[in-house]
Structures are given as structure tokens and as C-alpha cells.
Design a protein around this ligand. Structure first.
Ligand SMILES: *Cc1c(COP(=O)(O)O)cnc(C)c1O
Length: 459
């Protein structure tokens, strides 16, 4: 296989992709396979001799698509979306062809500079203050880890990086019980420890109680512990729990603590001004993450972290050994110093293509219709005897149940075995509930209303 063959096979792959996307509605959304079935199709060892691409491609078509859950299926209502707009796919093909390591400005000047401009475009599109700069990570998990590592080092005056944590005081982080498990993971990896991530009580509206936050910080200080930072949540993964951002930031600032806001899913909706009251006051944060790769259109991986001041994070994560020095230029931005990994993909290109190919207005219309259809579907489901809405739509996410946990669980199983739509579950206040989110890029009103039809058929 050489570059001339690649040209031929790229066209074959493009034709395959077109057919795949055109016929997605004929496929069950969730993979209808069993553990081990795919592995059993593969030989135990790689071939010693080259195989023809014809055979490899045929095996791909035979083995892979039927054993995948189809995230780009227009009736994917599970988890959160992982959209891949066609314009983003095209950009990824081009980034794939160049295959650069975008770790330094010098290794990838266009990637670095387009990344800087895309972060600015998105900052303005989300209505954030012009003081924010930022970078693109692979995932919200990495962005939150970067923020937490920075909180740790600020609290320890950068002694953690220098000496390790063993002789240093115990740090504390604060977040609501609705925050994503990536915050727990960050506390673990950062060496702060999960026991030092204080999960502050939430109220009936699923917001962290700012008064309880205030008391938790004060108590820890009195006990000789060292508060390091607060992580707030806008649109929690379970059922969309959202903290009162302005009030919580005011509490953190009173205690001189940095704040990271996780809006991984909901952040995309902030291109619509009418949803911005949900994170009123967010300009006071030190760090904000949102995943364009969820709802906006650019495909995984694309997590944007906005930073009020990048210097503490760069001081925490940046290393510049001799072999990474840029000679002959007065150091422009080297984005590896803002993130955990050294090597980086050219992620800004798909943002550039997506924002231009659909325009902010086209993207706003998609998000608005998703929110409207989710509300309509929730009303439809509420009207089905035997079903009840448990958490009302937060943007385009809501949950429902069918009587007791066993009945809800059995119904969910039937829905996903049926395959016309795909839904997943969570636990809300001890109760097993089915989540529904509307956000797939190509979904239509008919696709969304199919959920109600499937539920009526299978109840
Ligand atoms: C999806 C999600 C994450 C994790 O996102 P990754 O990019 O997969 O790491 C974190 N927080 C929230 C609120 C999410 O919805």
C-alpha cells in the first residue's frame, strides 16, 4: 500500500462512508452483538506477509459496522451526542493527510495559529468576556485534570511539582454531587485523593448550595486543611444538574479560590443567547471547559478550555527541554505547554471548517430545534399511561420512568433490543431512570417522535 493506492482507496472509503450514512436509519442504533464475537473473527496473530487491501477492506465491511453502535445514527438519544458534521469529517481527512504533531508553533504554525483564532471565535460565539484565551484538548477529562493540577500547584506555590506531595499539607477540592466522574478522576490523578474532593449538597433544583460550599471551605480551613479550588457544573451528565454559577463563584472568590466550570455538553448551547442565563456569572471563572465534539458539530476529539489567565496552567504543565526549544523565533505559543500530553493533533481545522460550513446561525438553529423537540417529546411521553417524566428537560435532556425500577429497566432493555432508537439510563435520587437527549446533527422531528412511538409499541 503506497500513496497511489491510498488515493484509490480513499475514494472507495468516501463512497463507503456516503452509503453508510445514507442507510444508517436501516440499522439498529445500538450494536446487536455479544462480548467476544468480534475478537473471534480475527486471527490470533498478525500476518507475516502483506495482505491485499481488497481483503482487508472486505473484512472491515463484514466484521466492523454490524458490531458498532452507530453514534451518527439520527435516532441516537443515548449518553450525550458525539456529532461529526460532514464538514468536520472532511477537515479530519485533510488533517489526517498532513498528520502533523502540533506540539510547538514551529512544528505546526498554521495549526497553532488557527487554534488561537478558533478559541477566540468560540469565546465570542459563547458570549464570554474577551479576557479569555484557551486551548483545545482531546477531552473534557484532560481539560479538567489540567485545571485541577493547576489548582494544586497554585495552592502549594508550585512545591508539588518540585518535591512531590508527601510532605505537603492536605488539599481540598469542592464540587457538587452532580459533577461528572472526570472530576473524581482528576482528584485521584492529581494526588489530591478522592476523599479530599468534597461533594457539596445540592438543593431541589440540583444546584450546589452556595451556603453549604461556604461552610465546607471555612470548616476545612479551621481544621488546618488547604482548600485548593472549586469545580462547578453546567449541565451535569446524569440529568443536567447546574450550579448557581454567579453565587458559587462569589463564594470561591471570597475564599480566594480558583474556579473551573465544567460545561462539557451544555457549553455548545451557549451560542444561543437565550440559554446563557443558565451560566450567568461564568465570566468570573478561571477556567471553563466545553466539548464542541458533543453537540456543536466538530467530531471527537475536540474539548476547548478557556482560561482567564493561562500563566498558572503553563507554569504547572509546561516544560521546555533543549530539544523542544524553538530557535530563531521569539517563542510564540507552544500549546504543548498548556496541556498534559506533548503530542497534539490538528484539532482546530475541523472547528474552522464546521463553523464556516454551517455558520453560527445554522448551528444555533440546530440546537434550538433539538431543545424544542426534546420538550415536545417529553410532553408526548408524559401523556403515555404508565410513563412519568422524572426530570424535566434541561436544554434537550430529560428522564422518565415506568413504574418501579424493574419495570423501567425491562422497558429500556426492550427499547434497545428493538433498535429503532437508543436510550441509556442513570440513577436519580436512588431511582433507575431512562435518559433521553436530543442532539444528533442529522436528527429530524420524526426521528425524535419515534421514541414515543417505540415506547407505545413496547410498553
Ligand atoms: C461528557 C462529559 C465529560 C467528559 O467528557 P470527555 O471529553 O469524554 O472527557 C465531563 N463532564 C461532563 C459534564 C460531560 O458531560
Amino acid at each position: 500500500m503506497n500513496h497511489d493506492d491510498l488515493r484509490h482507496w480513499s475514494k472507495r472509503a468516501a463512497d463507503w462512508a456516503h452509503h453508510y450514512h445514507a442507510t444508517l436509519r436501516d440499522r439498529p442504533v445500538r450494536a446487536q452483538t455479544t462480548p467476544g464475537a468480534t475478537a473471534a473473527e480475527l486471527p490470533d496473530a498478525p500476518p507475516e506477509a502483506p495482505e491485499p487491501m481488497e481483503t482487508i477492506f472486505a473484512d472491515f465491511e463484514r466484521i466492523v459496522p454490524d458490531a458498532m453502535t452507530h453514534w451518527q445514527h439520527p435516532r441516537f438519544f443515548a449518553y450525550f451526542p458525539a456529532n461529526a458534521a460532514p464538514a468536520s469529517m472532511l477537515a479530519e481527512q485533510l488533517a489526517n493527510a498532513i498528520a502533523a504533531q502540533c506540539m510547538l508553533w514551529q512544528t505546526s504554525p498554521a495549526a497553532t495559529e488557527i487554534e488561537e483564532v478558533m478559541v477566540r471565535w468560540l469565546r465570542d460565539a459563547l458570549g464570554l468576556a474577551p479576557r479569555f484565551t484557551g486551548t483545545i484538548h482531546d477531552s473534557a477529562t484532560t481539560a479538567t485534570l489540567s485545571a485541577v493540577l493547576t489548582m494544586r500547584e497554585q495552592a502549594l506555590d508550585w512545591q508539588g511539582n518540585a518535591e512531590g506531595l508527601s510532605a505537603l499539607p492536605r488539599l481540598r477540592l469542592y464540587a457538587s454531587a452532580q459533577t461528572h466522574s472526570s472530576v473524581d478522576k482528576a482528584a485521584r490523578i492529581a494526588g489530591i485523593g478522592q476523599a479530599n474532593l468534597v461533594k457539596v449538597a445540592t438543593d431541589d433544583s440540583l444546584s450546589m448550595d452556595p451556603g453549604a460550599l461556604d461552610r465546607a471551605i471555612a470548616q476545612d480551613r479551621d481544621a488546618g486543611l488547604v482548600p485548593a479550588g472549586v469545580i462547578l457544573c453546567v449541565g451535569g451528565t446524569s440529568v443536567g444538574g447546574t450550579d448557581r454559577i454567579a453565587e458559587s463563584i462569589a463564594v470561591a472568590k471570597r475564599h480566594a479560590l480558583p474556579v473551573h466550570v465544567d460545561a462539557a455538553w451544555a457549553g455548545s448551547a451557549m451560542i444561543c443567547p437565550e440559554f446563557r442565563p443558565l451560566w450567568e456569572g461564568v465570566d468570573g471563572a478561571d477556567s471553563i471547559v466545553f466539548n464542541p465534539h458533543k453537540w456543536l458539530g466538530p467530531q471527537f476529539d475536540c474539548a476547548v478550555q478557556f482560561l482567564a489567565d493561562p500563566k498558572p496552567q503553563v507554569r504547572t504543565l509546561g516544560l521546555r527541554p533543549d530539544y523542544l526549544e524553538t530557535l530563531g523565533h521569539d517563542a510564540p505559543t507552544d500549546f504543548n505547554e498548556w496541556t498534559v500530553p506533548l503530542g497534539r493533533r490538528f484539532r482546530a481545522l475541523k472547528l474552522w471548517f464546521t463553523l464556516r460550513a454551517y455558520g453560527l446561525d445554522g448551528l444555533r438553529t440546530r440546537i434550538r430545534t433539538h431543545v424544542a423537540w426534546a420538550r415536545e417529546l417529553a410532553e408526548e411521553i408524559a401523556a403515555i399511561p404508565g410513563l412519568e417524566i422524572v426530570t424535566p428537560p434541561m436544554l434537550s435532556l430529560f428522564s422518565f420512568a415506568a413504574g418501579d425500577d424493574a419495570a423501567t429497566r425491562a422497558l429500556l432493555q426492550r427499547v434497545n433490543d428493538d433498535g429503532r432508537v437508543y436510550l441509556t439510563q442513570t440513577t436519580h435520587r436512588g431511582r433507575f431512570v431512562v435518559r433521553v437527549q436530543v442532539g444528533q446533527f442529522d436528527t429530524t422531528r420524526d426521528d425524535v417522535m419515534t421514541v414515543a412511538q417505540v415506547l407505545r409499541d413496547l410498553l
